[in-house]
Design a binder for this molecule. Structure first.
Ligand SMILES: NC(=O)c1ccc[n+]([C@@H]2O[C@H](COP(=O)([O-])OP(=O)(O)OC[C@H]3O[C@@H](n4cnc5c(N)ncnc54)[C@H](OP(=O)(O)O)[C@@H]3O)[C@@H](O)[C@H]2O)c1
Length: 324
């Protein structure tokens, strides 16, 4: 089978596409024919050896897949060859076949669109876990999303609306904001051209927002915390800006607000039932048409480097998917 390989840490252009033997599913694992693999910011961190999880070289990057079970390893129960599903595997997805822990393979109906399905376990899983389990977002509350046109960000815009919140989308260009508006954002802030804090004050009649979801960090984090209402929640999701922000600790005290960490992959490993529940709820929404993962580009395996370049250059909108 063909696989994209990271043989030495570096840039997307250093990745190679090679023929490699099919992986063997071990104890408790399944071998999956990959139909679609979502591209995520952590992939570009991993190939540069900048991610918290460091796979041994050589490895195939790619965190999430949708596909069909081709073979079962020993000790697997409750799954069968031919089952369709989605999975999070951290790495190994940008290949024609991948081995996955059976408890991290979540079955999906076989009539679900594989491309949309391959785009959702990590980004939509992260935003849903953040808003539901960590932010406890309530109907009628106001949610502000930074990096709102990215994978995690646009998922948060869509899920925030589904959960009954008013959503303020923040992004770096009017084109990105137009995409957020198209997918439900009620209010828009271009944080490159508008003052974040002053604009939030104007949009919320000085009240501030109840929940902030921040996958960006850097210079926007402090004005975002200063824009939180009494008893608000600030969800720490990631640092695409490259800068881990520092925060004056009087701010949470003054606002009675909470700074809350979000770690979806770890949560779903430590609490498999909670993870499965969230995935099932989102699959039900996808099936009844309430939620549609937004895929704006598809690439073949041979163009994986191009997809990862787009992520690094801040060009991606919604999700990009590799279709082997
Ligand atoms: N905590 C968790 O459980 C978890 C799980 C998955 C992912 N994450 C993290 O969530 C973040 C978002 O991931 P993603 O896959 O959604 O990424 P993405 O699709 O590339 O979106 C990231 C957004 O960040 C903004 N950004 C600001 N500065 C940037 C820069 N220098 N380079 C690239 N983007 C920049 C961009 O929006 P603007 O141009 O509009 O600013 C972009 O749309 C990452 O930090 C990732 O590691 C966390």
């Amino acid at each position: 089978m063909r696989a994209v390989l990271c043989k030495s840490y570096g840039m997307p252009s250093d990745l190679v596409l090679e023929d490699v033997p099919s992986p063997e599913p071990g104890q408790g694992e399944v071998l999956v024919t990959v139909k679609a693999a979502g591209v995520n910011f952590p992939d570009v961190l991993m190939i540069q050896n900048k991610y918290q999880h460091r796979p041994p070289l050589p490895f195939s990057p790619g965190y999430e897949i949708a596909g069909i079970i081709k073979a079962l390893g020993p000790g697997v129960s409750g799954l069968q060859v031919g089952d369709a599903g989605v999975a999070m595997l951290r790495y190994g997805a940008f290949a024609e076949e991948a081995v996955v822990l059976s408890e991290r393979f979540w079955r999906i109906p076989s009539d679900v669109d594989f491309v949309a399905a391959g785009a959702f376990p990590l980004a939509y899983g992260t935003s849903y876990h953040a808003l539901k389990d960590r932010g406890r977002l309530q109907p009628g509350e106001t949610l502000m999303v930074l990096g709102a046109a990215g994978g995690v960000g646009l998922a948060a815009v869509q899920l925030g609306k589904l959960m009954g919140a008013a959503v303020i989308a923040c992004a770096s260009s009017d084109e990105k904001l137009a995409l957020c508006k198209q997918h439900g954002a009620d209010m828009l802030i271009n944080y490159r051209t508008q003052n974040l804090r002053e604009t939030v004050k104007a949009l919320t009649q000085e009240r501030g927002v109840d929940v902030v979801l921040d996958p960006v960090g850097g210079e926007y984090a402090e004005p975002a915390v200063r824009s939180i209402a009494w008893f608000g929640r600030y969800l720490v999701v990631g640092f695409t800006s490259g800068e881990i922000p520092r925060m004056p600790m009087n701010l949470p005290l003054l606002k009675g607000c909470a700074l809350v960490g979000v770690a979806w992959d770890t949560y779903s490993r430590r609490n498999p039932e909670g993870g499965r529940q969230n995935i099932s709820e989102m699959i039900a929404w996808i099936r009844n048409g309430k939620l549609k993962p937004i895929v704006t580009a598809q690439y073949p395996l041979a163009e994986t480097a191009r997809a990862l370049e787009d992520v690094m250059q801040r060009r991606v909108q919604g999700k990009v998917v590799i279709v082997p």
